[in-house]
Design a protein around this ligand. Structure first.
Ligand code: ADP
Length: 626
């Protein structure tokens, strides 16, 4: 039994190919995690790094509490099952299963006990004397599972174990592996390109594409709340339909207008997480609707569909058609108008018919047409708040509050502006008060819908806030974007600052022993690195590390401003946000913002921070090293 932690794992192959990027996940004991994605997305590479069959370029891998990056595969207490079975052809089933244990010099008696127990669980007792070549694919895969089972590993790794089997056997083995997982109470990590396997077996699924994690979630969340168009299209069969539409708010409704002039109307409540800039009727977005969430009718309600193919499967009928009223020749190329509908048995629909499809209003998805990210994120990225500056004050959310000096300067006389405010930048306070219309549990957080005229303001709130309460809050002035006439005048101040520098080592004699000390060198300031981090940088980049440039990132609140030794900086100006004041300073060629108090001396600025608070990034490829 074991939990696993993958923290910022990268794999760059020797040819420079970046196969896995910044993969992080905490896997609890006894979870069944599935890595899924199209061929080449980095699933097997990740699994092989966990197994120890592939080196980890950067990042940390923990099994239990042990960092195992450099541990031999045989010492990791994991067992791996491959697609190709990897059985020894000249050995019997018994010998195949016993082989690994004999290598570990386990007494024959215990080996026998373990093999017999595993053979019983897998129902292969009667084949123990056979050689693999005299067995079917399904039986061979069971032997491969048995060989893993006898080792009582902490973690099972399975790499496409069912892809050599035919469909019927695959579905049988699927439920057998799920049952095995339940009875063994062990952590399973399973790689597949098949979304049905992923959905039916995983307690959580990691969807990958081109080396990047797209979403980590439960099967139902992936299906109901896909983070982007890729996940939406990958999970579910037949695939989700996608159409280009524009959205326009009309009172309590939102109208989605399709390219051919057809439209559907949704209650605003269903799409209230979509930012107002998408609801003006002038911006293309992608509408997604699954085939099973469209209902057919002949009454002329909904989208007009010209049927061009029908698949009758008995329990359901898949209707393929084309949107719109142009009854032109069929063309496979005309993608934007193709629609697939999964209907309950419909005997009277025929090719050439015109039918109508009504989407289930609760199941419609929208994605940004450029980023392809959902417009209805679990926690919206930001709220759009309209504001007006006047005589040192700003009016927003029905209140007049002080206009921060930084805003005033950025606005330079302009009056109307917009604040893009993250739900995390709305904090308990006194400036504003709105009624809590609804509280939604999002993962472990509470998302409050605050009534703001005919829209909502979203805020992350404490457990003790209730629906119907009046919520009193402040906006964190330095954590918002300020936009005026479409131009971003101010950006939220990020939590981190980063500086370019080099890396060095010195060797010193301590108690007769030679010891290495590593340093981050930033414009003449030397910060001693935590030794493990120093060795890590050295092991990733080799001796090149002493010639490379690195990006050193530090949380702003870990940067102390002192008079004396440190990173010498030159004061440029103050940024006064009212609740917090920063000084903009220049260190070498780089400008940065530091938090300053009353005793700040403009003429004597040095910055200091600890090596353990520094994150190191490669500048050659975008990669976090430690
Ligand atoms: P998947 O298991 O998702 O099909 P892999 O993890 O096998 O994908 O591969 C991810 C990417 O890394 C692919 O583009 C593949 O071509 C590349 N790759 C795999 N092994 C190597 C290697 N030894 N050297 C260079 N590139 C590799």
């Amino acid at each position: 039994m074991a939990n696993l932690k993958l923290s910022h794992i990268y794999k760059v192959y020797e040819n420079g190919h970046k196969a896995v990027n910044d993969f992080s996940i905490d896997i609890a004991d006894q979870e069944f995690i599935v890595f899924v994605g199209p061929s080449g997305c980095g699933k097997s590479t990740t699994l092989r790094m966990i197994a120890g069959l592939e080196t980890i370029t950067a990042g940390d891998l923990f099994i239990g509490d042990t960092l195992v990056n450099d541990m031999e595969p045989k010492d990791r207490d994991i067992a791996m099952v491959f697609q190709s079975y990897a059985l020894y052809p000249h050995m019997t089933v018994y010998e195949n299963m016993a082989f690994g244990l004999r290598n570990r010099k386990m007494p024959e008696e215990e080996i026998k006990e373990r093999v017999m127990k595993a053979a019983k669980m897998l129902d292969i007792e009667e084949y123990l004397d056979r050689q693999p070549k005299a067995m079917s694919g399904g039986q061979r895969q069971r032997v491969a599972l048995g060989r893993a089972l006898v080792r009582n590993p902490k973690v099972f790794l399975l790499d496409e174990p069912l892809s050599n089997l035919d469909a019927k056997l695959r579905s049988q083995m699927r439920s057998e592996i799920t049952a095995l997982h339940k009875s063994l109470k062990t952590t399973f990590i399973y790689v597949t390109h098949d979304q049905v396997e992923a959905m039916t077996m995983g307690t959580r699924i990691v969807v990958m594409k081109l080396g990047y994690v797209q979403q980590i979630d439960t099967p139902m969340n992936l299906y109901n709340k896909p983070y982007n168009k890729f996940v939406a299209g990958f999970i579910g069969s037949p695939q989700m339909n996608f159409f280009d539409v524009t959205l326009k708010r009309e009172g309590d409704n939102v109208k989605a207008l399709f390219a051919d002039g057809d439209s559907i109307t949704l209650p605003y409540e269903n799409v209230c997480k979509i930012d107002e800039k998408y609801l003006g009727g002038d911006r293309k977005v992608i509408l997604g609707i699954r085939p099973e969430h469209l209902e057919l009718n002949r009454k002329g309600e909904g989208l007009r569909v010209l049927v061009n193919n029908i698949e009758r499967l008995g329990n359901e009928t898949i209707v393929y058609g084309k949107l719109g009223d142009k009854e032109e020749e069929f063309s496979l190329k005309d993608e934007g108008r193709n629609i697939v509908i999964k209907a309950v048995v419909e005997d009277d629909v025929n090719t050439g018919d015109v039918v109508y499809a009504v989407p289930n209003n609760d199941k419609v998805h929208f994605f940004d047409s450029e980023t392809e990210i959902t417009l209805m994120e679990k926690v919206p990225t930001y709220n759009t708040i309209h504001a007006e500056a006047d005589g040192g004050k700003m009016k927003l959310l029905g209140k007049n509050v002080a206009l921060p000096e930084v805003y005033d300067r950025a606005l330079d006389g302009r009056k109307d502006f917009v604040l893009n405010v993250s739900p995390y930048a709305i904090v308990k306070g006194n400036d504003f008060a709105l009624k809590v219309a609804r509280i939604e549990k999002v993962d472990k957080e509470n998302l409050a819908y605050l009534e703001n005229g005919n829209t909502y303001l979203f805020a992350i709130v404490d457990d003790n806030v209730r629906e119907g309460d009046t919520y009193k809050f402040d906006i964190v002035n330095d954590k918002v974007d300020l936009v005026c006439e479409g131009e971003q005048l101010l950006k939220a101040i990020p939590a981190e600052e980063s500086l370019l520098g080099t890396f060095s080592k010195t060797e010193v004699k301590e108690d007769g022993e030679r010891k290495l000390h590593f340093f981050y060198d930033i414009n003449g300031y030397k910060v001693e690195a935590v030794p493990d981090d120093g060795y890590k940088i050295n092991s990733i980049d080799g001796d090149d590390c002493y010639k490379n440039t690195y990006r050193y990132a530090v949380d702003r609140d870990k940067i102390n401003v002192v008079k004396g030794d440190g990173l010498k900086a030159q004061f440029l100006e103050y940024l006064d946000y009212g609740n917090v004041r920063y000084a903009k300073v220049k260190a070498g060629n780089e400008e940065l913002l530091v938090n300053v108090g009353e005793d700040f001396d403009e003429n004597n600025v040095s910055l200091v921070f600890d090596g353990e608070d520094v994150s190191v990034y490669s500048t050659k490829i975008d990669m976090k090293i430690c």
